[in-house]
Design a protein around this ligand. Structure first.
Ligand SMILES: [Zn+2]
Length: 512
């Protein structure tokens, strides 16, 4: 049995032009090579798996190629081939994570003292170079201060900020970017095809996203999924390996949300938790599905990472909801992510976030409101006393004013009941029932104040409060502000927005 060479290794680029997603880096280095501007020290920094060591070896080849230094090494000559195999005696690769002590510094010194054995340069590739000890950095600095002409250092690091400034200033700094998802997907598709592997677009997307711009990690993940699934790799196989729910579960959750079915949505979250997976993974997938729906709403033909069997249903969903609503849903879903990230119990946080999303049919009403459509029930006019707003499901008796009036009627205090009925606002504040009399005739206000004993008795009997406070007439400015606030607070549209998005009224101002 021959050893299986992992994909990341087998598909490691051997030419600058095969490198994926590092165009700026490649152009910079090739230009420098073409102009024979060769630095004695390079610092390659960037996330793991984005090509730093690969480019370091390519640079070593370009420097030591028999035809070099050259912008594109031939790959054929002995130095090129030896460097590719890792057997060149003039290219020293060290991992500073495990070789950071004083002996290693000595090795460094030796490496730079000796002339190249055969090739043009002694190239030292120091991986994870930020892990060098203080002594090692000091030794390195000494070399970099007076670099021997035959030595080239290539430092690679994921943590550039950990280098002493003295080292940084003596290196040509080359920053590697994370590789965009689309490029990783394209590369995965290319590798899969050449390997005779059937890989769906959705599966490639899932791998690319899970590995966050690291091509090496993406290829390693493809290896793992292949070992698990064989030669046909779809979304569900990838999801299984990385511990995400199958796509069917994500779609089922979306269908529950789409139908505003809170119990069904929460049941799915619960069963996800019971399956032993992190429900946050399901939520993450839901957020991505929402993003895809948004894309589909703007362009139904957009290539989306969806299994063909679900696509028509989701395209239809997207068209029905439309981009504006989906943008709001996505925004809401992203807020939920923050909630989940900071939660001690992710299951509970996911349930809360999903529950809030399931309120979207109300969101649609907000949408209508923001679009300028009137909202039911009838808009509250300036003169409508809050206490007498009557909706079919909330009979007047259920409000504090209603209950107080009912008790006063029972007590036979019909006149007082009538006055209370005219009060603009009756509200319970702690153990006090507040009657705000602004706007009523002064005589009525006085009558109410005079009847405070009877009102207190009624309030107690109605189970509302143990004290009653009859507010004086407000100053005109205060009264105006309070009126305005009351109007805004009782507005159905505002109530809806607060209910769906959370939050509270900070301040209320009138448009000039
Ligand atoms: Zn060559």
């Amino acid at each position: 049995m021959t050893g299986y060479q992992v994909l990341a290794r087998r598909w490691r680029p051997q030419r600058f032009e095969d490198l994926v997603g590092q165009d700026v880096v490649v152009r910079t280095l090739r230009n420098a090579l073409a102009n024979k501007q060769i630095a004695h020290a390079y610092l390659f920094s960037g996330l793991r798996g984005v090509g730093k060591t690969t480019v370091a070896r390519l640079l070593a080849k370009a420097l030591n190629c028999q035809h070099g230094p050259i912008p594109e090494p031939c790959g054929e000559c002995v130095p090129c081939q030896e460097i590719a195999r890792g057997s060149s005696l003039d290219v020293l690769e060290m991992d500073a994570a495990s070789n950071r002590g004083i002996d290693d510094v000595r090795e460094l010194r030796e490496a730079v003292k000796n002339l190249p054995i055969r090739d043009r340069y002694r190239v030292v590739i120091l991986d994870e170079a930020h892990q060098l000890t203080k002594d090692a950095f000091a030794a390195l600095l000494k070399i970099l201060e007076e670099p021997p002409p035959h030595v080239i250092f290539i430092l690679a690091s994921t943590e550039k900020e950990r280098f002493p400034a003295t080292i940084l200033s003596r290196c040509l700094q080359v920053d590697f970017r994370p590789i965009p998802v689309d490029l990783v997907v394209t590369r995965l598709a290319h590798v899969a095809k050449s390997e005779g592997l059937e890989l769906t677009y959705g599966a490639a997307q899932l791998i690319a996203r899970a590995t966050e711009g690291s091509l090496r990690d993406a290829l390693s993940l493809l290896d793992r999924v292949r070992a698990f699934a064989g030669e046909t790799v779809g979304e569900n196989e990838v999801a299984d390996v990385i511990g995400l729910p199958p796509f069917e579960t994500v779609v089922a959750l979306w269908r529950a949300l789409e139908g505003g079915d809170v119990p069904a949505a929460l049941a799915l979250v619960r069963s996800e938790e019971q399956s032993g997976r992190d429900p946050a993974g399901l939520y993450e997938q839901l957020v991505r599905l929402l993003h895809v729906l948004l894309l589909l709403a703007t362009d139904p033909s957009v290539p989306a990472p969806l299994p063909a069997s679900h696509r028509p249903m989701l395209v239809e969903s997207a068209a029905r909801l439309g981009p504006a609503l989906l943008i709001r849903l996505l925004g809401l879903a992203l807020e939920g992510k923050d909630l989940i990230a900071g939660a001690d119990t992710p299951g509970v946080a996911v349930a809360a976030a999903v529950g809030r999303l399931a309120l979207w049919p109300r969101l649609r009403r907000v949408e209508a409101l923001l679009g300028g459509e009137p909202i039911s029930p009838t808009p509250v006019s300036a003169s409508t006393p809050t206490a007498s707003v009557v909706t079919p499901d909330a009979p007047v008796i259920a409000t504090p004013a209603g209950r107080l009036v009912a008790v006063l009627e029972q007590m036979g205090a019909h006149l007082l009941a009538g006055r209370v009925g005219a009060v603009r606002e009756v509200r319970v504040d702690g153990d006090t029932l507040v009657l705000r009399c602004g706007g009523l005739p002064l005589a009525t206000q006085k009558s109410l104040r005079d009847a405070s004993e009877q009102l207190t008795a009624a309030a107690r009997q109605a189970g509302l409060a143990s004290k009653v406070q009859v507010d004086e007439n407000d100053s005109p400015a205060q009264k105006h502000d309070q009126d305005l606030r009351a109007r805004v607070e009782s507005d159905e549209g505002v109530k809806l927005v607060l209910e769906v998005f959370g939050g509270r009224l900070e301040s209320v101002e009138e448009k000039p």
